[in-house]
Design a protein around this ligand. Structure first.
Ligand code: AMP
Length: 281
């Protein structure tokens, strides 16, 4: 497993593979790797000749009062976790390599970049799209792997790939959960014991919402959202950022209950903001 830190080296690595006719799978991450990341990597190693994983905590996708400075970084532990997987290279650039002094070229995601998570994180998807575009140009993959955990991100990236004409297949992998249902996330490490217990409310509410949709007892998504809200509010450490029931492809709000639909939510547990979603079909 080669560790590559510069764009120049990464270009050379990928160009060589392409000249040999090899297929390249790519898994972008921010590190603090867990089983969710590992599942993306395993999908990539199964489907491609070569797999590249990037680890980069992207400063421009964090808002001014968010957790960029405390985001967990442990490259040594990450390397140990992935050393037994069939990865060919890890791209591990410094911030200055990706955003040299004077950097001023950014992507702007209109429309769906401003809904759901985009309401409380207005520049988030601009930052995500900018870094993913850069990484796509640097790694030059045939396929790139993203988790359903960040549902809106997968829709934003697929749209960006279509609209900007990238020749890259986007593969979305299912959410990996802890045994008790909490979606794995690098941010779960912020939770203390009490908060960890409270965090179960996200998945419970999603399951409840799914059950209400499938039961056919409700006509309007507004009443389902109210019931989910009441459940979440019964937990004293939880504060709802949003609950929405949307269409799976365009994220448009659904008013009359129908399937397929995706229930998306963001909830703060103490000071930690967690997101999760469930597809109902
Ligand atoms: P992150 O390091 O949080 O930026 O995540 C890197 C990739 O891993 C993204 O495509 C995430 O959607 C995906 N991912 C994170 N958590 C999970 C999970 N629990 N299950 C599946 N994929 C995940």
């Amino acid at each position: 497993m080669q560790i590559i830190t510069t764009i120049k080296e990464m270009h050379a690595f990928s160009k060589k593979l392409k000249s040999e006719g090899k297929s390249l799978g790519f898994v972008p991450t921010m590190g603090a790797l867990h089983k969710g990341h590992i599942s993306l990597i395993e999908n990539s190693t199964n489907e491609n000749d070569v797999t590249v994983v990037s680890i980069f905590v992207n400063p421009i996708q964090f808002g001014p009062n968010e957790d960029f400075n405390k985001y967990p970084k442990d490259h040594k532990a990450d390397m140990e976790k992935i050393s037994s997987l069939n990865i060919d290279a890890v791209f591990l650039p410094e911030v200055a390599e990706m955003y040299p002094k004077g950097f001023s070229t950014f992507l702007y995601v209109g429309g769906i970049g401003g809904i759901l998570c985009g309401v409380s994180r207005p520049d988030h998807f601009n930052g995500v799209s900018t870094i993913v575009t850069k990484l796509f140009n640097i790694v030059m993959p045939d396929r790139a792997y993203f988790g359903q955990k960040d549902y809106q991100q997968t829709v934003v990236i697929k749209k960006m790939v279509r609209e900007l004409g990238f020749s890259i297949d986007i593969v979305v992998c299912p959410i990996v959960r802890e045994e008790d249902g909490l979606a794995m996330s690098s941010r779960n490490s912020y939770l203390n014991d009490e908060e960890r217990q409270s965090s179960l409310i996200l998945y419970k509410a999603l399951e409840y919402g799914k059950e209400l949709i499938l039961s056919g007892r409700e006509d309007k998504t507004s009443s389902i959202k109210l019931k989910m809200e009441a459940l979440i509010k019964s937990d004293p450490l939880s504060a709802i950022d949003y609950i929405e029931i949307v269409g799976p492809e365009y994220l448009e709000k659904i008013d009359e209950v129908k399937t397929p639909a995706v229930i998306c939510l963001a909830v703060k547990i103490g000071s930690t903001r967690l997101i999760d979603n469930i597809i109902v079909e």
